[in-house]
Design a protein around this ligand. Structure first.
Ligand code: ADP
Length: 592
């Protein structure tokens, strides 16, 4: 624990340094003390030996032992007299007879060479450390002897012990101070490191809001500054990434096209709301959900598989069952690294397809519708030219057929013209305030004769005096078409009821007949151009197949809507609904 923390390591290092310092202090100081003691002993003995040597020169051999004992007690040292051949002549502490030859002792050898010999050694005789000093001397009748003094070195041990004790005391104080200083320095140091560590930890956890002191000029200050700079860069990068992500999210969310991203295993990694909405999936989709669980559309799955396998973008038009069989133009492309998946953009072309179909149908229909009356006109004209002109019985009949077909072609041309005019105009003609009652009355008057011929009664029910904004000729055209149909597709003795009323600030014109009705499945298509439920009946009764298309266009141009309800064999109700201008003031409701 201690060794794993920086504080512990620093303290341990300080401790080791202190011990090394103390060890070396002990080593050098004890050696110094010992040397000093030895030198001191040598100096002392040198002084004494120089006093004793002249005295010895007067001592005869016979009394040398006594002299030695006296000299020893005087000088408080062991005194030994050695002959030149190393034989001990006298010793203050031992019987010379028991002592070995001293001729090879280093101090004796030096003295024999005429110098002052000194040595420190353990005395084999006394078994203590002794400091020896020997000089050449002489006895009264024997000139060449060695005078040796020796003092035990017990004092050295005492001095060393004293020095050691001093060192220990000094070391304790110094160690304590050093440890305290090391502790405070390293604590301040580790606190800073901890702050840097926690700041770096926050960066790892993507929290870039933390703060750190960066003013220190040392290495830690520079580490802190680097980290601070890194955090600032990360924060800026994160901000840019999140801006970019929200921009992308907004773009994808506002796209009408469905966007789908899958991984290499066809698991959905992303889809936008348009896609989820189209395939009826609830957002947000579970992470990594297999595409198959959302869209069981083999064509889409195959397309993505092929894109992933080849790495080539592909485009295909397909109907997707999960999206109510709507038709999509799907553009699929691999990601940069195709092993990471692919992306598909689904463009809903159902409406486009419908329009294309309507356009094709329109062209086919118009050619078809023109061909029949034209063929008839041409056929009868040829017959007349081929001689039938002289045929008094039939020529009038033929001419009537030609005439009715020409009328039909004319009607068709004017209906088409009316439609294309409405489609082409950018600005509708100026709107006027129309009295619905007047327009209804005029329309009824126009069709009255036809109604009588077909034995159909027109009953104006409640016709309020409503006012709407629009163009009179157009509203009348639309109403005439509705009334024509109501008469033409009626049964003999049937009725056509016309109402005009308002509610919720909407004006409604309702035309109800008791005719043949319209099959339910045909209802959504009857407003298309040239659409007839029963072609033969429509043509026979002078229809062009454009009447309801004009009704729809007119109402929508005037800001209204047209709806139909019908029961087969019972009759149909067409309702035109416009924003009402309100009834004219002072004109009460009245039945017409
Ligand atoms: P057409 O010239 O054929 O009448 P329209 O556009 O006016 O053309 O009408 C389209 C088709 O809608 C008609 O052919 C007819 O089959 C059906 N239809 C329209 N009005 C009625 C109605 N009042 N009763 C029954 N069928 C109708």
């Amino acid at each position: 624990m201690i060794r794993s923390s920086i504080l512990g390591k620093l303290l341990l290092t300080a401790l080791v340094l202190i011990l090394v310092a103390l060890g070396s202090a002990d080593f050098f100081l004890t050696r110094y003390t010992a040397d000093r003691e030895v030198r001191h002993a040598e100096q002392l003995m040198d002084g004494q030996v120089r006093i004793l040597a002249p005295a010895l020169a007067a001592v005869p051999l016979a009394s040398v032992r006594d002299w030695t004992s006296r000299a020893a007690s005087q000088s408080r040292a062991r005194v030994t007299i050695i002959d030149r051949d190393g034989v001990v002549l006298a010793d203050s502490e031992h019987d010379p007879a028991t002592m070995e030859n001293h001729g090879q002792r280093p101090e004796v050898l030096q003295a024999l060479a005429g110098q002052t010999g000194a040595a420190v050694r353990r005395s084999a005789t006394l078994d203590v450390d002794l400091c020896y000093l020997a000089i050449p001397a002489a006895l009264a009748e024997k000139p060449g002897v060695i005078l040796r003094l020796a003092v035990p070195l017990q004092q050295i041990k005492v001095s060393i012990a004293e020095v050691r004790w001093l060192i220990v005391r000094a070391s304790l104080i110094a160690g304590l101070c050093a440890l305290l200083i090391a502790y405070f320095i390293s604590r301040a140091f580790t606190n800073r490191i901890r702050r840097i560590q926690s700041f770096a930890g926050e960066l790892v956890n993507a929290d870039y809001s933390g703060t750190i002191a960066t003013q220190a000029e040392d290495e830690l200050g520079s580490v802190a500054r680097s980290l601070r700079g890194m955090a600032d860069q990360f924060r800026e990068m994160l901000r840019r990434l999140s801006d970019e992500a929200s921009r992308r999210k907004a773009i994808l969310a506002s796209m009408v096209e469905g966007v789908l991203a899958v991984d290499a295993e066809l698991r959905v990694t992303f889809c936008n709301d348009s896609f989820a909405h189209a395939v009826n999936a609830r957002q947000p989709l579970p992470e990594g959900i297999p595409l198959l669980q959302i869209v069981r559309e083999p064509a889409l799955l195959d397309l993505l598989k092929r894109v992933l396998a080849t790495g080539e973008p592909r485009r295909q038009r397909m109907s997707i069952l999960a999206a109510q069989a709507r038709v999509f133009d799907v553009q699929a492309a691999p990601l940069e690294d195709r092993r990471r998946g692919a992306i598909a953009i689904l463009h809903d072309v159902t409406e486009l397809e419908r329009l294309e179909r309507v356009r094709k149908d329109f062209i086919a229909n118009i050619s078809h519708e023109l061909r029949t009356p034209l063929a008839s006109v041409r056929g009868y004209t040829e017959t007349l030219l081929d001689g039938a002109l002289e045929d008094r019985e039939n020529n009038r009949k033929f001419l009537e057929v030609i005439y009715s077909n020409a009328i039909r072609l004319g009607d068709m041309a004017s209906d088409l013209l009316a439609l294309s005019e409405m489609e082409a105009e950018r600005e509708p003609p100026p709107a006027e305030s129309l009295s619905v009652r007047e327009v209804v009355r005029a329309a009824i008057r126009t069709v009255e004769a036809e109604a009588r011929t077909r034995n159909v009664e027109i009953i104006p029910l409640e016709v309020e005096d409503l006012h709407i904004l629009g163009q009179r000729f157009r509203l009348e055209h639309a109403l005439l078409n509705l009334l024509h149909n109501a008469i033409r597709f009626n049964r003999p003795g049937g009725e056509v009821r016309v109402e005009a009323r308002s509610s919720d600030s909407r004006a409604r014109i309702i035309v109800t007949d008791t005719g043949i009705g319209i099959p339910f499945e045909d209802l959504p298509r009857i407003f298309e151009r040239f659409y007839c439920v029963d072609k033969a009946r429509s043509r026979e009764t002078g229809g062009t197949g454009l009447g309801l298309a004009i009704v729809k266009h007119v109402t929508e141009k005037m800001g209204g809507t047209v709806t139909v309800e019908s029961r087969l064999g019972k009759g149909s109700t067409f309702t035109l609904e416009f924003p009402a201008e309100g009834p004219s003031p002072g004109q009460p409701d009245q039945r017409d």
